[in-house]
Design a protein around this ligand. Structure first.
Ligand code: PMP
Length: 314
């Protein structure tokens, strides 16, 4: 599976059960760009380097793999590998690549072959590719971004289910992100068909009102984000900040004291300074966002013993 943005240090790829040098991991041109893309499901996992230990820790790997398998189930794919096999595959691949820095792990599953309308005669004809490469964390940054509410409506469970982490869903997020960029914003927040707040492109959202952290529920056209779940747990058990999962109106975004995106790849914890040019709080990272950011940093990097349960040492 040759791609032209190969990072130099990413020497190996895992393909259908074996580790191959990147150049030798090939798939047919008839698979690339075919309707296989429509049903391609994937995951994004981060691994964090702890300089002092020194060790590399994958964050909540079993949870990501469970979601990967659920995505496969929802697109009616028969997984060719068990969760434990994918877990071992990822460890083996990242070890082989030998990263001693923050990294990203990117497993994908797609039908090969797939029919003209995306039908599959044999749902067990599934291929799995795992890539990994060094990727820096943004958790050290306090920089807050400027967002807009997108003119694009978020897809919904009965249209293109956001619960499935699949390539097809990303066209919706991509249009929103691109529109925001062209209009001079850093990113966007999408509303659902009823005008309720959902999430950003590849990231979930929290706002803070009257000191309470609020996030749209998993039935608000969002991906069931592992970072969002992590933050809810940290808010409750470590930061003793009240949190609630409930529907959020558009105008609540504008009068929130703070807001931040969260997610593995894109967001981690990304403070939001303004939405549609309404300034939030002081227009910079707020105190609750900052405590979430700092704690999340320590947890993912293996600096908080009580949360080692979420780490897999690679
Ligand atoms: N929403 C979408 C659409 C995403 O793709 C992601 C990234 N996986 C998220 C939210 C955040 O999910 P997680 O925290 O599990 O990375």
């Amino acid at each position: 599976m040759v791609r032209d943005r190969r990072p130099e240090s990413s020497r190996y790829v895992w393909l259908d059960g074996e580790i191959l040098p990147w150049e030798q991991a090939q798939i047919s041109v008839t698979a690339v760009g075919s309707l296989a893309t429509v049903a391609t499901v994937f995951e994004g996992v981060r691994a964090y380097w702890n300089v002092d230990r020194p060790a590399l820790f994958a964050f909540r790997l079993p949870d990501h793999l469970k979601r990967f398998l659920n995505s496969m189930k929802l697109v009616r794919m028969e997984p060719p590998f068990k969760e434990e096999e994918l877990y071992e595959a990822i460890l083996e691949l990242v070890r082989r690549n030998g990263f001693r820095e923050d990294s990203y792990i990117f497993p994908k599953a797609f039908f090969d072959p797939i029919g003209v309308w995306g039908f599959v005669e044999d749902p067990s004809r599934v291929r799995v590719v795992i890539e990994s490469w060094p990727r820096r964390s943004r958790l050290a940054s306090e920089e807050a971004i400027h967002c807009c509410v997108s003119s694009w409506t978020r897809i919904s469970d009965n249209v293109l289910p956001p619960r499935i982490k699949c390539v097809a869903n990303y066209q919706n997020s991509r249009l929103a992100a691109w529109e925001a960029h062209l209009n001079g914003y850093d990113n966007s927040i999408m509303l659902d068909s009823r005008g309720k707040v959902t999430e950003g492109p590849g990231m979930c959202l929290f706002i803070v009102r009257n000191g309470v952290a609020i996030t749209p529920p998993v039935t608000s056209s969002i991906l069931e984000s592992i970072t969002r779940q992590t933050i809810l747990e940290l808010l409750m058990h470590e930061l003793t900040i009240d949190s609630v999962e409930r529907e959020v109106d558009r105008t609540e975004l504008y009068i929130a004291e703070e807001a931040f995106f969260c997610g593995t790849g894109a967001g981690e914890v990304t403070p939001i300074a303004s939405i549609d040019r309404y300034k939030l709080g002081l227009g910079k990272i707020g105190p609750i966002t900052d405590s979430v950011r700092k704690l999340y940093h320590d947890v993912v990097r293996g600096m908080t013993p009580s949360y080692e349960k979420w780490l897999t040492e690679i």
